[in-house]
Ligand binder design. Structure first.
Ligand SMILES: [Zn+2]
Ligand SMILES: [Zn+2]
Length: 307
């Protein structure tokens, strides 16, 4: 399988001289099986360039894309209206995301392009678009790619995906807070917990189960892509924003026996030089027994398994 990174940033796109090397586009990762099956995780602004490669209306042969959405926060879907395969007749796009109780997935995406936000209504997209809503911990196949899911600890909940094909596995864990100080569910968390405040036992147990689910998902993986938006200092200040530190990712990978960790969902304010520094520190932390560590950059291209 081939894993390509098209957008590696969290929150919003940040073009400019300080983000040139790692890139400024928001989250989008493509996984291509040797058979040609194409799965894309998240539709941040990075997906625009991928769409150009796949081709839109009348450009290439009809294409089929399976799009897994971790959650529908802006930075994970904002590129979708610019994904050219949506506008090509004969193309097939299947969109997968966690089921909500209130809104259907299709309505979430359609509202993104409603007037006055966008000139082309979603209903005008020419591709055949299918929506699939997933329960927590779903397991299913996309042609020869096996998919498994786990719930993440993020405001309004996000989903982690493990993709297995060609004898290799990659896991996408974004966005998530560590599983320790706050339990995020379907409600807004306005402020950090008071220092030293104990979590209710119910919350502690839920967090423990969630963490076990993530470790299991990462078990023996060849590659783990992990939300490491926060430094230790960020986490002390704003733990209720729902993101992890590199040390959290190293701990999960170590426990799961994952081979390689990719630091992902870089903070928009982080310069290339700062990411270099975080990468060095994390490599030292992982040491010789931990995973090999890389920091995601646009254009990173990893071959795993056979083919
Ligand atoms: Zn995000
Ligand atoms: Zn988010």
């Amino acid at each position: 399988m081939r894993v390509r990174f098209w957008g590696v940033r969290g929150s919003l796109p940040v073009p400019g001289s300080k983000t040139e090397r790692y890139g400024g586009n928001t989250s989008c990762v493509e996984v291509r099986a040797a058979s040609g099956t194409r799965v894309v995780v998240d539709a941040g602004t990075g997906i625009r360039k991928l769409g150009k490669e796949i081709g839109g209306e009348g450009e290439n042969a009809p294409s089929e894309v399976h799009l897994l959405i971790s959650h529908t926060h802006w930075d994970h879907i904002q590129g979708l209206p610019y994904f050219s395969p949506l506008y090509g007749k004969g193309n097939k796009v299947s969109v997968y995301a966690r089921k909500r109780d209130d809104l259907h997935l299709q309505a979430v995406f359609a509202s993104q392009t409603d007037d006055p936000y966008f000139p082309v209504p979603f209903a005008e997209a020419q591709a055949q678009i299918a929506f699939r809503e997933l329960p927590d911990s779903a397991k299913f196949d996309i042609a020869d790619v096996k998919v498994a899911c786990a719930r993440l600890n993020h405001p309004y909940i996000a989903t982690a995906y493990r993709l297995t094909c060609d004898g290799a596995s990659v896991v996408y864990v974004s966005d998530t807070a560590p599983f320790s100080d706050i339990l995020f569910e379907d409600e807004f968390v306005a402020r950090p917990p008071s220092p030293g405040a104990a979590l209710p036992q119910r919350d502690r147990e839920k967090l423990q189960r969630m963490r076990e689910g993530v470790v299991r998902l990462c078990e023996g993986a060849d590659l783990v892509i992990y939300d490491t938006m926060f430094t230790a200092d960020d986490y002390r200040r704003i733990p209720h924003y729902g993101h992890s530190r590199p040390s959290d990712a190293v701990d999960v990978c170590r426990e799961a026996g994952a081979r390689r960790l990719v630091l992902f969902h870089h903070a928009p304010e982080r310069s290339d030089a700062e990411i270099d520094g975080i990468l060095e520190q994390t490599r030292r932390l992982a040491g010789s027994g931990g995973p090999d560590v890389t920091a995601a950059f646009e254009g990173l291209d990893v071959e795993l398994g056979r083919g």
